[in-house]
Design a protein around this ligand. Structure first.
Ligand code: MG
Length: 305
């Protein structure tokens, strides 16, 4: 059997990491939110909407309310199903990818950046307001690798992953493709910030209740600490020396973008002054990659994330 391809060029790359919101940023998911809508006769009737419609009608509380006035009821498809045979996240991820790959739908603004991140074998975090387990989100990413990447792209990804393993972990004998992919996926973070998993993690780590709006910030802070630890370890073990570090964050919700921007300037850029932070507002689906709204850190170097 021929030797497996190993891309040693990865040793010369900068350290570039990404944090992605999922819905309407990577994929337009056909997941429904269950609302009640006010009828002309003054009664309320069930009314299902998409996430993008919800972001518009949520302010209109005179005409729309959560089904049965219950968050659990309204967002039931955003939890891991109570019936184990249907996982709505996997079902909807499959369908959302199919629509893009078949050309039925335009991809979301960060779809191509996510593909590129995977093909290059770079570390990333998924940070979403959904309520699934981390494992469910990871299954969604595995499905994305299978369905949204071509065979050639997956082969390039594997060569890059082996390159990183050789350069930064000193690995000489590689595992099977499945083992190497599993190792890579285990280094990434999958934070669904309304999930029981995430709640338990927050309480363990910070021993306090965290306001729902702040949860994405905790997830982002965790990922930045995580990658800085990995970079520190890589440099300490002689893997190619220091390189510029940058972290990109993309989200289609302007409210989240504003909070994260504030969190970067108030906290992250002070704690990590050597890291370049870039934020992409992807609320305008017609703009590929979104609108870059802030950069902090090594601006003088003119780095691009
Ligand atoms: Mg979103």
């Amino acid at each position: 059997m021929a030797d497996k391809l190993v891309n040693d060029e990865v040793a010369t790359r900068d350290f570039k990491f990404y944090i992605f919101d999922w819905d309407d940023n990577i994929l337009r998911m056909p997941t429904s939110i269950y609302l009640d809508k006010l009828q002309p006769d003054g009664t309320w009737a069930p009314h299902k909407v998409s996430t993008s419609t919800y972001s518009v009608v949520r302010q209109d509380t005179a005409h729309y309310r959560l089904a049965g006035n219950s968050r659990d009821e309204a967002f039931r498809e955003f939890q891991d199903s109570r019936s184990p045979d249907v996982n709505t996240f996997i079902r909807d991820t499959r369908e959302a990818i199919r629509r893009v790959v078949s050309g039925e739908e335009q991809p979301c603004p960060s779809y191509s950046t996510f593909r590129k991140t995977l093909v290059e074998g770079r570390l990333f975090a998924i940070v979403t307001a959904r309520g699934h387990s981390a494992e469910t989100l990871r299954h969604g990413v595995e499905l994305f690798i299978e369905e949204a990447l071509t065979d050639a792209e997956r082969a390039t990804m594997m060569a890059n992953l082996r390159g990183y393993r050789r350069c930064y972990d000193g690995v000489k004998e590689f595992g099977t493709d499945a083992e190497e992919l599993d190792y890579y996926l285990s280094l990434n973070r999958y934070h669904a910030v309304t999930s029981p998993d995430f709640n338990a993690w927050l309480e363990r780590k910070f021993s306090k209740k965290v306001h729902p709006e702040e949860r994405k910030q905790f997830a982002i802070g965790d990922f930045v600490e995580h990658v800085i630890r990995i970079v520190g370890h890589s440099i300490a073990t002689g893997g190619g020396g220091w390189k510029p570090i940058s972290v990109g964050f993309s989200d289609d919700d302007p409210g989240n973008i504003a909070l994260v921007q504030k969190y970067i300037s108030d906290a992250l850029s002070k704690r990590f002054p050597d890291v370049t932070f870039c934020v992409y507002d992807t609320s305008d689906a017609s703009l590929e990659r979104g609108r870059k709204v802030t950069v902090s850190g090594q601006m003088a170097l003119g780095l691009e994330v």
